[in-house]
Write a protein that binds this ligand. Structure first.
Ligand SMILES: Nc1ncnc2c1ncn2[C@@H]1O[C@H](COP(=O)(O)OP(=O)(O)OP(=O)(O)O)[C@@H](O)[C@H]1O
Ligand SMILES: [Mg+2]
Length: 239
């Protein structure tokens, strides 16, 4: 089966579009066997603009889904997610807007994985927890193990590696905390023209984003998390 990964958080400015672009570039460069498609559902279309500029991403679409109901795009994205589950090497990445439109939560429920970038500031952590609780409730009521919820600590200051506040805030929730990403000024300046992973060479962020891509490749696309959750379910059933 192929995989759909949605990058989402109702909190704005946490790095959703940035993460989507770098992950897309990771798969383009380091994991070419995947057939990569991208959808930007944010009305602002920042990911579409950043990646669209040099034409390296052929399968890139802008299908805005805002707070105002956009039935045609919801159906189109819905169909694309379903279709991407048919072939093993297919990978669909979806960038979303801030806020919590019901349509986005519905689409999230069909995805294999939800990446939730967040800084380690309390002002970002609190709304992030609310957002994850909403998805968790939906997972619990439909009794599914997907989407796997992966929290991605982002914009971590140079000397700060202590995620304890984030871990404590999320301790009641069924999430995986991914390897974090540093705050890097080169990244901050890529909002208009995205120059890819290459431009970050020689920085800590460069190694981190590749490490992060490898983590997604192994645990999500390689099925390791599916296997862990399937085992956990068996253990719970036996109890
Ligand atoms: N690791 C990072 N290091 C430095 N700057 C970063 C990093 N990640 C994101 N940023 C910067 O933070 C700002 C917000 O990032 P981005 O636009 O990706 O967030 P977003 O969650 O998509 O925002 P929105 O909710 O408006 O869609 C941008 O200026 C971006 O360049
Ligand atoms: Mg964005």
């Amino acid at each position: 089966m192929g995989s759909s990964i949605m990058v989402a958080n109702m909190k704005g400015g946490v790095g959703k579009s940035t993460l989507t672009c770098y992950l897309a570039d990771y798969f383009r460069q380091y994991n070419r066997k995947r057939s990569l498609s991208l959808i930007d559902t944010d009305v602002q279309g920042s990911c579409f603009e950043m990646l669209g500029i040099d034409g390296r991403f052929e399968q890139l679409r802008h299908l805005p889904i805002g707070d105002r109901y956009d039935a045609v795009n919801v159906v189109t994205v819905d169909t694309l997610v379903r279709n991407h589950l048919s072939s093993a090497n297919d990978l669909l990445l979806i960038d979303t807007s801030a806020g919590k439109p019901d349509s986005i939560c519905q689409i999230a429920m069909m995805c294999h994985c939800l990446l939730v970038p967040v800084s380690i500031n309390w002002g970002d952590i609190r709304p992030t927890r609310d957002f994850i609780e909403e998805i968790q409730d939906r997972k619990d009521s439909s009794r599914t193990i997907t989407p796997h919820i992966i929290v991605v600590p982002n914009r971590i200051p140079h000397q700060q590696r202590d995620y304890s506040r984030l871990k404590d805030a999320l301790s009641e929730l069924d999430v995986v905390i991914a390897p974090g990403l540093s705050d890097l000024s080169i990244v901050r300046h890529q909002t208009e023209k995205f120059s890819g992973i290459e431009a970050t060479k020689g920085t800590r962020f460069h190694d981190e984003i590749i490490h992060f891509g490898n983590f997604i490749n192994e645990y999500i696309l390689g099925g390791k998390l599916d296997a862990i959750y399937a085992d956990t379910n068996v253990i719970e059933l036996r109890r």
